[in-house]
Design a protein around this ligand. Structure first.
Ligand code: BMA
Length: 336
């Protein structure tokens, strides 16, 4: 039985950038239609963004393919898109890559990707130094996506979050949780553990997934995630005949030395689709989908999110306020 969630609202600590969206198809100098979920990091003195571009015809509501676009910025707000999309990330069985997340780790840029293959959706990690040449280091087995990497080793291991989507074990429907794993070398992954489950989140009834890569703070790893609730009464909400889901974003704090421990969990959503560009006119309305976050020296956290699967937006919050929300929510007892 689906537990219907009802109306939700965003936390007062988060502020949408008044000039949203920060990137749309109109900013892209090659065919572009849906310009949304984007990874963002600071690298070599600039903000760098890799965004998802589904191209086709908005007028005909038709999509022909997906590529990844590259953009640079001096302030994290105004972006210049490069003249060409990234080169294809190809490999055995790979059909399409999307929903990039970026981090800088040991001086190199790592890009986590959702990878559609002929044999299921896989989570991939690629590395680059120049956004021209990419090496794919690892691909999970199907079905998995929304991998995010931590920006440093913890206890001698690399750490990632991920979101497998098992259909047998979780009642046959969509009921998917966030998992954590570690690796000695970014290629071989193990010590898989459940980190946060749908039933832990009062505003979700369908699935969760990691959002932006965790941000290191003195109090812990500040970690955003997306949370999905389904309501069968929702009808046509975009290009498709119906779209019954709502994508919100939440936040939690993971232990600095042992990120397998959730030490703080805000029990309400951080960001809920409310603005006109989040609830209407999109490919899928009522969706906010963060894939990037940058912590500024001022303490401002810039959160980049796809809105309605059609444009890229920015929201900000002070890091101390986000940590406070998590700590006030209390720790999660864990699954061990
Ligand atoms: C998820 C992914 C995202 C998308 C979101 C909302 O399952 O496909 O790429 O933004 O749904 O439609």
């Amino acid at each position: 039985m689906l537990n219907l969630i009802g109306p939700l609202s965003s936390s007062p600590v988060i502020h949408r950038y008044p000039g949203n969206p920060v990137l749309t198809a109109a900013d892209v100098p090659y065919p572009a239609t849906l310009v949304f979920n984007a990874g963002v990091c600071k690298y070599q003195g600039k903000y760098v963004m890799v965004f998802r571009n589904d191209y086709g015809s908005a007028a005909e509501q038709r999509l022909d393919g997906t590529n990844l676009g590259l953009a640079y910025s001096d302030d994290g707000i105004h972006w210049t898109v490069q003249s060409r999309p990234l080169p294809d990330i190809s490999g055995r069985d790979i059909v399409r890559v999307y929903d990039p997340r970026l981090i800088v780790l040991e001086g190199r840029v790592y890009m986590c990707l959702a990878v559609d293959t002929h044999h299921g959706v896989r989570g991939g990690i690629a590395v680059t130094d120049d956004f021209e040449h990419f090496e794919v280091l690892t691909l999970s087995v199907p079905d998995n996506r929304n991998i995010v990497l931590f920006s440093e080793k913890i206890g001698g291991k690399y750490i990632r979050l991920e979101r497998p989507f098992p259909v047998y074990g979780r009642g046959g429907g969509e009921r998917f949780d966030i998992w954590i794993a570690d690796s000695p070398d970014l290629r071989y992954w193990g010590n898989f553990e459940l980190l946060l489950a749908v039933e832990d989140i009062p505003y979700a009834n369908t699935k969760l997934g990691p959002a932006a890569p965790p941000i290191k703070t003195p109090q812990g790893w500040l970690t955003t995630f997306h949370a999905v609730d389904t309501d069968p009464s929702r009808g046509k909400n975009g290009w498709e005949p119906f779209w019954r889901k709502r994508y919100t974003a939440g936040v939690m704090l993971l232990d600095l030395e042992n990120p397998y421990k959730v030490i703080g969990l805000y029990r309400e959503p951080l960001l809920v689709p409310e603005a006109p560009y989040e609830v209407s006119g999109g490919f899928r309305n009522h969706a906010v989908f963060p894939c990037g976050a940058v912590l500024e020296e001022s303490g401002e956290v810039k959160i980049y999110y796809g809105a309605a699967d059609i444009v890229l937006c920015l929201a900000t919050a002070h890091v101390d306020d986000l940590i406070k929300l998590c700590l006030e929510g209390g720790p999660h007892p864990g699954y061990a």
